[in-house]
Design a protein around this ligand. Sequence first.
Ligand SMILES: C[S@@+](CC[C@H](N)C(=O)[O-])C[C@H]1O[C@@H](n2cnc3c(N)ncnc32)[C@H](O)[C@@H]1O
Length: 285
Amino acid sequence: MAGGDEVSRSTDWSHQPAGGELRPPPDVDLTKASIARVYDYVLGGKVNFSADRKAAESFLKVVPEARQIAIDNRNVLRRAVRYLVAEAGIRQIIDIGSGLPTAGNVHEIAHEVQPDVRVVYVDKDPIVLSHGRALLADNDTTTMITADLLRPETIFDDATTRSYIDQSKPFAVLTAAVLHHVSDEQDPVGVAARVRDRLLSGCYLLVTNFLNDGDPRAPLLERAFLEGGLGTGRFRTFEEQLPFLAGLELVEPGFVHANDWRPDEKTLTDSPVHNLLAAGLGRKP
Ligand SMILES: C[S@@+](CC[C@H](N)C(=O)[O-])C[C@H]1O[C@@H](n2cnc3c(N)ncnc32)[C@H](O)[C@@H]1O
């Protein structure tokens, strides 16, 4: 991403030639892998470049089945959004670290149940904004902003967020596969606490993350993530992650292996990466 942690609101890729080679704007540094584009590659998307593919291959070489972590993550995200809208009555969602548009976007899942659910997508990578804009051009319930989870106030106090989400009424915050990209030095527990501070009673927080549950592949993958071009991707234990949901009432079955979180007919019960992903949904009492 261009400019390190700099966040740009101006990047616009909507001029891409139809069917042509993807042409990035000059402020995106394609020599560095981006989390959003690596994840896109792993999920079979097209918005990725050689540095992204190289970073992905560095961990897929170590654990080829790691691709399934992304698939299982998208699936638990889908189940959580359905639960929030269909069972918990949530009508407003802030999806932080939303990633590039992919099959089964959060607003599409929510709108299958209730078409008036309002969704604000948030990502620090400007490439997400430019692709999201095209997707959301005709959608007046859903929008996207560029902001950094490390500074939650820039998300909750953003004028666009405020115009879409009435923060005096219950809403849900999704942090799916993003806190594991917050390093220990960046204090993920403190970041999650500052997000929870913005939730009023009846709000929800979803957390899904890489998991180190004693599976020997977890440290191998973590090393490949940290050293293989991406530079982030912590595999934390349940104990390290539970504080992300501190003070919240955990929706059954609690903070568990992701595929054990309210599985449905599409959930892979014998996933080869069962031990490598955790998920939990908490409600502010
Ligand atoms: C692995 S993707 C997850 C996408 C989606 N939430 C999902 O679960 O399928 C992680 C996303 O988080 C974004 N991200 C990483 N750190 C972030 C931060 N500090 N603030 C906002 N977004 C961040 C990345 O740019 C990337 O798009």
